[in-house]
Write a protein that binds this ligand. Structure first.
Ligand code: PMP
Length: 285
């Protein structure tokens, strides 16, 4: 059996500790993957952009053909209540989820009228300030909207990301740069990706194939406000291989520099450090 860090889940009107059963063998989501989720963070007593993450899970639900049954305000109140069960300052992953319980059209669609909700909070350390990771080019690609529901943060998108990170780890890398179907850089398997060249920061322009991360958008705004030029455009893998600096952004660990791309070592650079510093200032502000 898996071991769980301290976990509290609001489900069916009550808080449950540990890993309560929320699905059965007839649950549509357990069978056919009709689930969406979002991930926000509590750390050092703050929950930056929690409202945006709650709004996004509602948007994801609708995009996947489910019903958004909880308001952003209700989710935020529940989060605040649930965080009270953890020690002050505990780093917590905040995961609201929706899924279909019953079968819908053609059985393969979930029935939106049976949408269920839970809010799962669990203790999860955030990467330390000096963390960094290596990346390689993934042989796998991000799907387009024609292939997968990329407009939702849906569980069904993650087995593709999972095989990409597993393949990268097997070759000795921590993560992988994943291209879109046109061969341009999309993101990492778990977060968005930025690079710097000659004093300018660049990141792939959202083209619908990857998550336009809430942390990504926040960091772009903070860097620009501080006077840094940030360009969102089409980027090739080669540009990353020749970059002065590469870093990732995502809710889980916020900003993490890349220390190696293929065989080329990189130093954690000043833009990643600045982005992290600005994010922490914003989070505590
Ligand atoms: N891409 C993927 C595949 C992710 O799983 C995440 C984490 N949610 C991100 C990007 C970053 O998005 P955000 O900043 O909204 O967490």
């Amino acid at each position: 059996m898996a071991e769980w860090s301290t976990t509290w889940t609001w489900f069916d009107g009550a808080w449950h500790e540990g890993n309560p059963p929320i699905m059965g063998p007839r649950t549509h989501a357990a069978w056919l993957g009709s689930s969406v989720f979002d991930g926000a963070r509590a750390f050092e007593g703050v929950t930056p952009d929690l409202d945006l993450h709650c709004q996004r899970v509602n948007d994801s639900a609708v995009a996947l053909g489910l019903k958004a049954t909880k308001s952003v305000g209700e989710m935020m109140e529940l989060t605040s209540e649930g965080l009270g069960k953890f020690g002050p300052g505990t780093p917590v992953y905040i995961k609201p989820m929706y899924w279909a319980e019953g079968d819908g059209i053609g059985t393969i669609a979930g029935d939106p009228e049976t949408t269920r909700f839970c809010l799962c909070l669990f203790e999860a350390a955030i990467a330390p300030k000096d963390a960094s990771m290596s990346v390689t080019l993934s042989p796998f690609r991000r799907p387009t909207m024609e292939c997968m529901p990329v407009n939702a943060k849906a569980g069904c998108l993650y087995p593709n990301n999972a095989r990409a990170i597993v393949e990268a780890k097997a070759r000795g890398f921590d993560n992988a740069i994943v291209l879109d179907m046109l061969g341009n850089v999309a993101e990492l398997t778990t977060s968005n990706v930025f690079m710097a060249k000659d004093g300018v920061v660049h990141t792939p322009a959202p083209n619908g194939t990857f998550l336009n991360g809430i942390t990504r958008q926040r960091i772009i705004g903070l860097l620009r406000k501080s006077g840094v030029e940030v360009v969102e455009r089409t980027l090739s893998y080669r540009e990353f291989q020749e970059a002065d600096e590469i870093f990732s952004t995502g809710n889980y660990n916020k900003v993490v520099p890349i220390n190696r791309i293929e065989t080329r070592d990189l130093q954690p650079g000043p833009f990643a450090a600045r982005a992290r510093e600005l994010y922490w200032e914003f989070a505590h502000g």
